[in-house]
Design a protein around this ligand. Sequence first.
Ligand code: KG4
Ligand code: ZN
Length: 340
Amino acid sequence: MELKRLNGPKDKVIILGIETSCDDTGIGIVCDGKKILSNVVSSQIDIHRDFGGVVPELASRSHLEVIFKEIERALEEADITLDDINAVSVTYGPGLVGSLLVGIEVAKSISYVKGIPLIGVNHLEGHIFSSFLKNPNIKFPFISLIVSGGHTELVKVKDFGDYEVLGKTRDDACGEAFDKVAKLLNLGYPGGPYIERLAKDSKRIYKFPEAVMKDKSFDFSFSGLKTAVLNFLQKNKNVSKSDVCAGFQNAVVCTLLNKTICIAKKLDIKRIVLGGGVVVNEALKKEFKKQGEKEGISIYYPSPIFCTDNGVMIALIGYYKFLKKEFSDITLNANPSLTL
Ligand code: KG4
Ligand code: ZN
């Protein structure tokens, strides 16, 4: 297949990014890796709410239903057509296989029909670099903390594409813990925003234990904390939900903060970059900023709309890969357990 528009119209590079790894259909159009021309996200929260979590079969069906409409909406918002796009980038893992395949097949079709490069993107790279939309000049190396509904990872980022995973969760992901504790308290789904809101009204914070790793590794564990909340609720009736939320949130933030600051100091790295849906949480950002100032470590994080899953972060990675001509071919397939 002959590829067109490798240099872009008027030397501009416009990337269409497609994100369908979980329950958000995200389409982003980004020019030259910095100018966001459009960002549309179709959320499936209403579909999965009654189940208290994402139902994979429903997620992929819903992506199928909305994806072309969302691409059209994104093109309209950017005031361009598919003929102006230089490459299409798409998340190919990690995530739900059925959901990933919808985005991948649509991206392949666009690439094939329009004769433009196809670029497969690791979803985790999207979360790592979404802070670059606001701060494009963050220096390497930096420590990245990814905390989302599906992932909790501490990563040393030496360069674009050069990663060392320092720690990850051994059980529940951080956002998953928020969702499960919210379920125990009969709050809504997804749980994070409900827990954060209630925690703000807390009068006294219950103390829940932070997980300590016997081998002193930088891995995380959140299932023990969730069980501690469950045991507490079973033993203590009529407790204040706000105080429980504040106690749980506090334990999560302390764990994340202590491990991340500790590894940054150990490796003598002065930059920490946060990413993923849990970074919407204001208490988390406040504590990181406070501790960062104390330790002389710069803390970076994306705007809330780019913390949660979106197509813009996938278009951004697509741009970096476009410059390096790291293209995928038509055999690109979903990899549900893709790592960094
Ligand atoms: O990054 P994301 O949109 O999806 C994944 O890649 O998993 O993250 C979604 C997760 C959910 O678990 C949700 O409860 C959590 O992010 N979340 C929050 C907040 N807003 C969303 N967690 C804590 N505080 C919040 N304000
Ligand atoms: Zn994500």
